[in-house]
Design a protein around this ligand. Structure first.
Ligand code: SR1
Ligand code: MG
Length: 402
């Protein structure tokens, strides 16, 4: 029986052929390792002659961005390939098509989306994506509501819940999003200029940390829906008329607001970054307005679609009680605001940062952007119970830029 080995650009072509006989004999092959995430290897293999390509994503038995000293269960690849299929079916193709999962090499062979760009990169180039809000709200409403107890048979939902227990990846989120950024943890990646600021504004503020503790235990105990689990703009591929969500390896049953909040936070951080980086006033203000209207629409259209899909798909008798769907949705939006704040703080001082903030070239502007990011994040968390509409999210951002 064959054994797991780490693929490289020399071996990946033969590996693909052994799994799928994907390329023809006359293929003119080019292989590149294109993974820029924190965990895995990603190969793009192209047959230039016949215009055919494929992606191979392989789990490493450790955290790639840290090294072998942080081992990680490679079985996450299997969770990812299973959830990609589920999400593909639920959303009519808003994720890449998978061709095969190999349980020996912990590798998934899947559709190449190289005509798309990573959304974070596209936003940093000030591009706009006219179909994005419509498609991402479809993705979120369908994957979240249709995997919840509101819709699913409760025993089938529990079977899913069991299949998608993902302790090691949840542990990463519990540590990196909900714990370490809130004290001076060894693994934090923190600029010197942020240390005193964090002491004064976050680490010594027990009243604030109490709110974060509530959100942490909400994340750990509210098995509401099958989440993507890492829905930032680096996990979304876009082009003019298409959105494809990738990288669902953090999937597990958790609170719906975790996915919506991760997305909103990353739009907010792009706003803060645009304000700090773009010198041309017209381009800067146009992009900022685009981001605000995207945030507003993500929240409002998510809510609208959520209520309408609820009416179509609800099966639980008690969930049909008048008023319950509004109550349920209200708490999802409150969680969304809380998660928005936590994601913003962890991307500023925690282990894993974002290019939007770290890439600000002028140091004084970077300092200001990161501090604004943390203060706004605190407000999102503390005021989360008053956040109800897209406009509330927009107002929160605008408050810092008047
Ligand atoms: C050690 S993994 C760090 C981060 O990368 C992933 O994309 C997740 O966001 C995780 O928190
Ligand atoms: Mg990822």
């Amino acid at each position: 029986m064959s054994k797991y080995y780490v693929l490289d650009t020399e071996t990946v072509f033969d590996y693909i052929q052994s799994q799928l006989s994907y390329f023809s004999d006359d293929a003119d092959i080019e292989c590149n390792e294109i993974g820029d995430g924190n965990l895995n290897l990603v190969f793009r293999v192209v047959d230039k002659k016949n215009d055919k390509s494929i992606i191979v994503k392989q789990s490493l038995p450790y955290v790639r961005c840290v090294g072998e000293e942080w081992p990680l269960n490679i079985n996450r690849a299997e969770i990812e390939s299973r959830i990609l299929k589920i999400e593909h079916d639920l959303t009519d193709g808003l994720v890449p098509r998978t061709y095969k999962f190999d349980p020996i090499m912990y590798a998934t062979l899947m559709e190449d989306l190289s005509d798309h760009v990573i959304m974070r990169t596209g936003l940093l180039e000030l591009n706009q994506y006219p179909k994005f809000v419509e498609q991402i709200t479809d993705f979120m409403v369908k994957t979240l509501l249709l995997t919840s107890d509101v819709v699913m048979d409760h025993q089938e939902k529990k079977a899913y819940l069991k299949d998608f227990i993902n302790p090691e990846l949840c542990d990463i989120t519990e540590a990196l999003v909900y714990t370490e950024p809130f004290y001076n943890a060894e693994r934090n990646n923190i600029d010197d200029f942020m240390i005193e600021f964090m002491e004064n504004n976050v680490w010594n503020d027990d009243k604030f940390k109490l709110e974060v503790a509530k959100l942490k235990f909400e994340f750990m105990t509210n098995a509401q829906a099958l989440l993507h689990g890492d829905l930032h703009t680096g996990s979304i591929f876009v082009k003019e008329d298409s959105t494809k969500v990738i990288d669902p390896e953090f999937a597990f049953y958790g609170p719906m607001g975790y996915d919506v909040g991760a997305l909103i936070a990353n739009l907010v951080m792009n706003y803060i970054s645009t304000d700090a980086m773009v010198e041309d006033e017209n381009r800067r203000e146009t992009h900022k307005e685009y981001l605000l209207s995207s945030m507003r629409d993500v929240i409002d259209i998510f809510k609208e679609k959520f209520l309408s899909l609820w009416d179509e798909a609800v099966t639980d008798e008690m969930a049909k009680t008048p008023g319950f769907r509004e109550c349920y949705l209200e708490s999802v939006i409150i969680d969304t605001a809380g998660v928005t704040g936590c994601e913003m703080i962890r991307r500023t001082v925690g282990l894993a940062h974002v290019k939007d903030l770290d890439g600000i070239p002028i140091v004084d502007k970077k300092k200001k952007a990161k501090k604004t990011n943390v203060l706004m994040a605190k407000d999102f968390i503390v005021d989360r119970k008053s956040m109800k509409t897209g406009q509330d999210f927009v107002d929160m951002v605008r408050k810092y830029y008047e």
